[in-house]
Design a protein around this ligand. Structure first.
Ligand SMILES: C[S@@+](CC[C@H](N)C(=O)[O-])C[C@H]1O[C@@H](n2cnc3c(N)ncnc32)[C@H](O)[C@@H]1O
Length: 322
């Protein structure tokens, strides 16, 4: 299988993540194993990578790509929302690094029949895990006008959300909207001509993003997954998160910020009652792709890389201070 995907900020990510050449690293979004392959290059034979993906095609491509690596490789077909259970099953309760490179791969977008692309006509699908039973067809053909409006607004930040939702509900009265092409037609009819022809990008772009997020519950699982990743880090271990749009980046930023904070009591309380201690320290500001990378990989344009390091348990720090 030809699996095309160019990894985003590869060097910055891997050098920020790997601190111990014989450590254990978890790649929660294995994809074509672009990042994992670079991680493996930095590990000795006693190092280990646990790679997770919910897409069998990615798993097959990654298995092939990592075949000759000298470190131990364990590949798991699952959703990273089950990180606790996955690490328990792998007998790896504490690890040295966890990577999330969120969203879909170029391979998923470019494979027309997966239904992720508004540029190619195909069945309405958009499941990252092809074994899942809920697809874009269900969202577009069963959600009420209010529900469609909500997801287009919340997950697509689409100005014409209500109007597009209305047009979809009207159009599906005649026959189900069962292809990406049919959905693009309805969106184009709903969006005023002047907006369609403006420089704001394809009118279907934000709607497809919204439906994809809904189908795969992409945002709902992030906070718990990031927290769980931090809980499984050894002191000094690192988490790296690459986001591609403001919605997922907001969750990454907020979750890391809270975990890096001391007291989180409301400012009006005179004394601390939360007894919250920082679990991580943030490693600098979020990084973005260099000009050279942007020239070679347009997908890196909106990417942000956030890095953080696990702190020693609070009791140990107190002892150190004594
Ligand atoms: C951007 S690609 C990763 C590319 C990879 N880092 C590389 O360099 O080749 C994201 C991958 O994560 C997978 N993925 C997204 N969300 C997931 C989730 N919740 N659980 C497991 N895999 C997920 C997708 O199926 C896709 O293969």
């Amino acid at each position: 299988m030809d699996f095309h995907h160019i990894s985003v900020m590869p060097e910055e990510t891997v050098s920020g993540l790997v601190t111990d050449p014989s450590g254990i690293y978890v790649d929660c979004t294995l994809g074509g194993a672009g990042h994992s392959h670079l991680i493996a290059d930095r590990l000795t034979p006693s190092g280990r990578i646990i790679g997770i993906d919910q897409d069998e095609e990615a798993i097959a491509a990654a298995r092939e790509r990592l075949r000759d690596c000298s470190c131990r490789i364990d590949i798991v077909h699952d959703n990273f929302r089950h990180l606790d259970a996955i690490l328990a099953a792998q007998d790896a309760p504490f690890v040295d690094g966890v990577l999330f490179d969120l969203g879909v791969s170029s391979h998923q977008i470019d494979t027309a029949e997966r239904g992720f692309s508004y540029m190619q006509d195909a069945p309405l699908d958009m499941r990252m895990d092809p074994e899942a039973t809920f697809s874009a067809y269900d969202v577009i053909n069963t959600y009420s006008e209010d529900e469609l409006d909500r997801i287009f607004h919340d997950y697509g930040e689409e100005r014409w959300a209500r109007r597009i939702a209305k047009f979809i509900v009207q159009a599906r009265k005649d026959r189900p909207i069962d292809t990406t092409g049919a959905l693009v037609d309805v969106i184009c009819r709903a969006v005023p001509k002047a907006v369609r022809e403006s420089a704001g990008g394809h009118p279907a772009k934000r709607i497809f993003q919204a439906v994809r997020i809904e189908v795969n519950d992409e945002l709902g699982i992030l906070k718990n997954a990031f927290e769980s990743a931090v809980h499984h880090l050894k002191p000094g271990g690192r988490i790296a998160i690459i986001t591609f749009h403001s919605l997922e980046d907001r969750i990454a930023k907020q979750t890391l910020k809270t975990m890096a904070s001391g007291c989180i009591c409301p400012p009006e309380l005179p004394v601390c009652v939360c007894h919250h201690h920082p679990e991580i320290r943030l490693l600098g500001k979020p990084r973005q792709a260099s000009k050279e990378e942007l020239r070679e990989n347009s997908r890196s344009k909106s990417a942000k890389l956030r890095l953080a390091e696990k702190l020693p348990p609070y009791d140990d720090k107190e002892k150190e201070g004594r």
